[in-house]
Design a protein around this ligand. Structure first.
Ligand SMILES: *Cc1c(COP(=O)(O)O)cnc(C)c1O
Length: 370
């Protein structure tokens, strides 16, 4: 069907014909003996304190939430030492990304981001009527910041840097990001998507919040879905320049962040030590899995997130089937690779057993040198 026919047939915008539907990480069938490692979720149930905060909010479910999220805003403004005016909320940080695109782009305007990166970027850009400008990752699966600079045109309205990058887990170096930010024209907002920053235990992890004062076109997006384990509640936020923040609110989904989500987020910020322990346990498991795979000969992109990227190329689909037989669901990108979330010991052990079978079967996409 041509795009014109699509528009005529459906009564919808022609641009939507070019948009792939979002594929959710495969979910669990009840009772099946599989571990879901396809959506980068934390494997733990909510903390008791968070559960209690949610229960305390149930009596008010007949009421709309407070759009300004005053308690959460106070907590975040104190934590990041920023003016509360600069904090904007979304139903998950995926809505934050959407707000940035819709606040900055008119029809045909361009958004630059690395590729491969977060699946939602091309969908959100295209559905806004804007044009994706995808800049290939380097050979070691990192953002090619110089090439992203080169890609800037007079139609560029937004640049997204995903750090650590989903699905590769790779990070940009502080000095490279600073050089990049210094070179981007001040009129072009740069959004640093830090959905996984708590898992970055490199020697010099980038803290976007620390760069906000020096680079006025910089914004950061954070989420409670990953390290805070609240993916089901949908709450994310941006810290943006105040004027941009005001415009982001205009395009936000009204009442998009529920009162229960706000309560859970505030309580989580107050339980940071407990949550840090959970992140530390995931990191300990990631180190175990990575070193076991490396000992077995795998050479993988260096991950600083709660997932691994296996660029298996043409072996991807066969490898996914093998891993499913080992009882884990992963996220396939056919012909390119698969992303697998680091969870608890059992799921990770299944991954290691599955990976050993991939070596036996020769389904390693050339990643294993022996
Ligand atoms: C998971 C993720 C998000 C945010 O997810 P929400 O649940 O919408 O907060 C944002 N960016 C990237 C790169 C992600 O992987």
């Amino acid at each position: 069907m041509s795009t014109t026919e699509h528009a005529l047939n459906q009564g919808t915008r022609a641009a939507l014909a070019a948009v792939a539907s979002y594929k959710q990480g495969r979910t669990l069938e009840p009772g099946a003996d599989v571990v879901k490692l396809s959506s980068n979720e934390l494997p733990f149930a909510p903390l008791p304190s968070v559960r209690a905060a949610i229960e305390a909010g149930l009596d008010r479910l007949n009421r709309y939430p407070l759009t300004a999220a005053p308690e959460l805003t106070t907590a975040l403004a104190a934590r990041f030492q920023v003016d509360p005016e600069r904090i904007v909320y979304g139903a998950g940080s995926v809505e934050i990304v959407s707000q940035f695109i819709r606040a900055t782009c008119a029809e045909g305007d361009e958004v630059i981001y690395a590729w491969r990166s977060f699946e939602a970027y091309p969908m959100l850009v295209r559905t806004a009527g804007a044009a994706p400008v995808e800049v290939a990752l380097t050979a070691d699966h990192r953002h090619d910041l110089p090439a992203m600079l080169e890609a800037i045109t007079e139609r560029t309205r937004l640049i997204i840097v995903c750090n650590p990058n989903n699905p590769t887990g790779t990070t940009v170096a502080q000095e490279d990001l600073e050089a990049f930010l210094a070179a981007v024209p001040a009129s072009i907002p740069v959004l640093l998507d830090e959905a996984y920053h708590q898992f970055d235990d490199g020697l010099a992890p980038i803290v976007g919040a620390g760069l906000l004062e020096r680079f006025p076109q910089l914004s950061i997006a954070h989420t409670f879905s990953k390290a805070y384990g609240l993916a089901g509640l949908r709450v994310g936020y941006a810290i943006a320049p105040a004027a941009l923040a005001a415009d982001l609110r205009k395009v936000s989904v009204p009442f998009g962040v529920t009162d229960l989500a706000q309560r859970a987020a505030v309580t989580s910020l107050g339980a940071q030590a407990e949550l840090d322990e959970r992140v530390a346990s995931v990191l300990a498991e990631r180190h175990r899995v990575v070193s076991t795979l490396e000992t077995a000969g795998w050479s993988l992109p260096e991950t600083r997130a709660n997932f691994l990227w296996l660029p298996l190329g043409a072996d991807t689909e066969d490898a996914v089937a093998v891993l499913e037989r080992h009882g884990i669901l992963v996220r396939p990108f056919p012909g390119e690779g698969l992303r697998v979330t680091i969870a608890e010991v059992e799921g990770n052990d299944r991954l290691l057993a599955g990976a050993a079978e991939l070596v036996e079967l020769g389904l390693t996409g050339g990643l294993v040198q022996r």
